[in-house]
Design a protein around this ligand. Structure first.
Ligand code: SAM
Length: 283
């Protein structure tokens, strides 16, 4: 992503999401929303400035795209119109083009990032909140959101985004999105640290099942960097050494595969859900 919320939470002050994260106590009682942090939540793999961070982000993006590619393959949804929710400046555009979607639309709340994404080559980028999009009902085949709901701090706002995505999806369409998991960061349930929010898997599933009509049909872990412990200095040095090797990101990626078999979904730093908008005949 670039925007690795857990890394932010564990390793103040290097925020991948842009803003500095001080290790403030996690809270569920914040009145703040994603709009309060808009300037600070747009960083992605492409905006990292240090070489080390670029390497880490390459591994991170590769991991997320591997999972999304798997989910797309499994969904059986033919390439048509895809909506990239929270485009930032357009990090996911090359991937979505490679997947041969005919139309690639984006929605991004920040006006400058929306304009950059538009120039990058999306068919259209809407500069608005994903909770209220100027798109017709049932006009999208696939929607995806990488590292977006983590920054939508309020549960009611997360639900509003889910409902709006459901509205614009056609029956049989799918929404593929991820969320940071609280247990992997030593948190529990729904918690907010500055501009990032964390949930556990049960809470996330409850949110989808009770908040909207989408049906969760697949869950996959993304990566295992923390597993509820702050990495030791030695572990960090080893990680950086591995990442600096030519195939470093790939080795990390293999390591994740091993962890995915050994550890539970709850222990991954984030999970991807594939949620289906059932057709009329199924509902
Ligand atoms: C961390 S970036 C992720 C960008 C991109 N998806 C990626 O993975 O590279 C999150 C982006 O989502 C946008 N965003 C957050 N909440 C949003 C909302 N409710 N509606 C539209 N955009 C939103 C932010 O402005 C930010 O640019």
């Amino acid at each position: 992503m670039g925007a690795n919320p857990g890394e932010d939470a564990k390793r103040a002050p290097a925020s991948r999401c842009g803003g500095r994260i001080d290790r403030a106590p996690a809270t569920t009682a914040t009145a703040r929303t994603h709009r309060d942090y808009l300037e600070g939540i747009g960083n992605t793999a492409a905006t990292a400035d240090s070489w080390r961070e670029k390497r880490w982000n390459r591994y991170y993006l590769q991991t997320c795209q591997y999972v999304v590619a798997q989910m797309l393959r499994g969904s059986g949804v033919a390439a048509g119109t895809v909506l990239d929710v929270g485009t930032s400046h357009g990090n996911w555009l090359p991937f979505l083009r490679r997947k041969r979607f005919k139309r690639v639309l984006g929605v991004e709340l920040h006006p400058v990032r929306a304009a950059v994404a538009q120039r990058a080559g999306y068919n259209a980028v809407y500069n608005c909140d994903a909770a209220a999009m100027p798109l017709a009902d049932g006009s999208v085949d696939v929607a995806m959101a990488n590292d977006v709901l983590v920054h939508v701090l309020q549960l009611a706002d997360k639900v509003a985004v889910l409902r709006e995505v459901e509205r614009v999806l056609r029956p049989g369409g799918v929404f593929i999105f991820n969320h940071a998991m609280s247990p992997a960061f030593g948190l529990s349930g729904y918690q907010v640290i500055d501009h990032c929010s964390f949930v556990d898997l049960d809470g996330l599933l409850r949110l989808v099942l009770t908040g909207c009509g989408l049906r969760v049909v697949d869950i996959k872990p993304t990566y295992y960097a923390f597993t509820a412990r702050r990495p030791t200095r030695v572990a960090e040095v080893i990680r950086n050494l591995v990442l600096s090797m030519p195939f470093g990101p790939y080795l990390r990626f293999l390591r994740d595969g091993v962890h995915a078999r050994r550890l539970g979904l709850q222990q991954s730093d984030s999970v991807y859900l594939l949620a289906l908008k059932a057709g009329d005949e199924v509902r």
